[in-house]
Design a protein around this ligand. Structure first.
Ligand code: BGC
Length: 453
């Protein structure tokens, strides 16, 4: 018993590096605030890590949009095609998920867009609209420098994608070319947007206080409403006082500014990733990496002889085998109950785990997910303080926030601690922002075009 208690104690000590003190969190907020300002500023934008891209969306839906719209949603583990019917009192939506095979994720841009166009054509056939000419909104959840509502140049791939020939190119053109190569379907691409922007659009549609959106899914990002006067790079007519800014905060830390809280596990996740040195904050927060961070810690403790009697399994030692959904499952067990934990460990070939091992595994999961929740909270509190508005609702989407049993509570507690006294906030689950948002952007653009003609 003594040895077992000692092991757990030693694991707890080893996990101290995963905890961020309040002082460190305040420092992170200060650095992020400076980075946001750099991203917005004309003089510093080029060197800025947090780019704060201007979206060309200034018009929100007014409820008068009508018709049938298509939407594409690319940017997480899945790719979706949607058809949305907007009527007076209904919002009818059907969608289908298509896999993007690994060889396409890492192949050529042409193959990626051909695959997307093929799925789109098949979807249109299945939904009886193959012959119709339809408007489409495209949610493309990667860092995009927008040059207009239907023009966006990819800055870098993230989340495991690395298709050649797309960085530096207009993604809308890539899609249009692929559709033209087929020549069988007739689509008007009306707008391109990011999932964070989509989440803000769809939450703001329901809740007027919603002024920030955050994605904590495969990747991480935030979008917020900024005063046009602060957006030095905005070159349009400043007829509207506010603009939506796509922060691309996942790149926070790419210049080393998070190194003072990064651990050996973070460094390992980074060097073995497809984009080393990039998306440093995202790699500490999002679904693509949390499970792997836990796995690396478990491997270390097993090798130190502190876990599983020093006896791992082939799967435990295999990169990527500990899915982020396991973290949510393990932490869903009631304290002292290890039902889900046991199932996960059995799947990993670790059925020899003792109760003490399971308690330790849970502890590691808690440290990794708590740190992620605190980093996101630091980001949200930075935006709330910057905006300095009395009450702001934050729309949040993404698998980590949605499925982790304690993320929401951890965030509410931490943001409350970090936000300037007197500022109030609410966290609201965003329902399918990337699908709805894309359709709404297409619908609003059609409405505007009709009004203009
Ligand atoms: C991308 C963002 C996206 C976020 C969430 C990041 O990797 O750079 O554009 O919003 O993931 O999907």
């Amino acid at each position: 018993m003594g040895i077992v208690v000692d092991n757990l104690q030693r694991i707890r000590e080893e996990c101290e590096v995963l905890k961020m003190t309040d002082k460190q969190i305040k420092e992170i907020m200060c650095r992020l605030h400076n980075d946001l300002k750099k991203g917005l500023s004309r003089a510093d934008h080029d060197k800025a890590t947090v780019k704060c891209w201007i979206t060309y969306i200034q018009d929100l839906p007014n409820g008068k949009e009508r018709g049938k719209f298509l939407a594409l949603d690319l940017g997480g583990t899945n790719f979706r095609v949607l058809i949305i019917n907007l009527g007076e009192n209904h919002f009818d939506m059907q969608s289908k998920i298509y896999a993007i095979p690994k060889h396409i994720m890492t192949g050529t841009g042409i193959a990626l867009f051909d695959h997307i166009a093929e799925c789109l054509a098949n979807f249109m056939k299945e939904h009886g609209v193959y012959e119709e000419r339809l408007a489409l909104g495209f949610t493309f959840s990667f860092p995009l420098k927008q040059l207009g509502l239907t023009k966006g140049v990819l800055q870098r791939w993230t989340k495991g994608f690395s298709c050649s020939g797309v960085v530096g190119e207009d993604v809308v053109q890539g899609l249009k070319d692929a559709i033209a190569r087929r020549g069988d379907v007739f689509i008007d691409v009306m707008g391109i947007l990011n999932d964070a922007t989509g989440a803000l659009m769809s939450c703001a549609h329901k809740n007027r206080n919603c002024r920030i959106s955050v994605i904590i899914g495969t990747g991480s990002n935030a979008c917020y409403v900024e005063k046009t006067a602060n957006c030095e790079l905005f070159d349009g007519e400043p007829d509207k006082e506010e603009l939506l800014i796509n922060t691309e905060w996942g790149a926070f830390g790419d210049d080393g500014s998070l190194d003072f809280v990064r651990t050996e596990f973070d460094r390992e996740v980074d060097v073995t990733s497809i984009n080393p040195g990039k998306q440093i904050q995202e790699k500490m927060i999002s679904g693509m990496y949390l499970g792997e961070l836990v796995r690396l810690a478990l491997v270390k403790f097993t090798r130190m002889g502190l876990l599983f009697g020093g006896q791992g399994s082939d799967l435990l030692f295999e990169g990527g085998s500990f899915y982020t959904k396991y973290v949510s499952e393990i932490e869903s067990d009631k304290p002292g109950d290890f039902t889900s934990c046991m199932e996960v460990l059995e799947e990993l070939g670790l059925s020899h785990a003792s109760d003490a091992d399971m308690a330790a595994v849970r502890y590691v999961c808690e440290c990794v997910s708590r740190r992620a929740a605190h980093l996101v909270s630091a980001g949200i509190a930075t935006l709330l303080n910057k905006m300095n508005e009395p009450r702001v609702t934050v729309g949040i989407d993404g698998s980590v926030y949605r499925f982790h049993p304690h993320f929401h509570t951890l965030m509410c507690e931490k943001i409350a601690q970090l936000v300037r006294p007197g500022l109030q906030f609410d966290l609201m689950l965003s329902e399918d922002g990337s699908g709805r948002g894309a359709a709404l952007v297409a619908a609003v653009a059609c409405r505007e075009a009709e009004q203009g003609s």
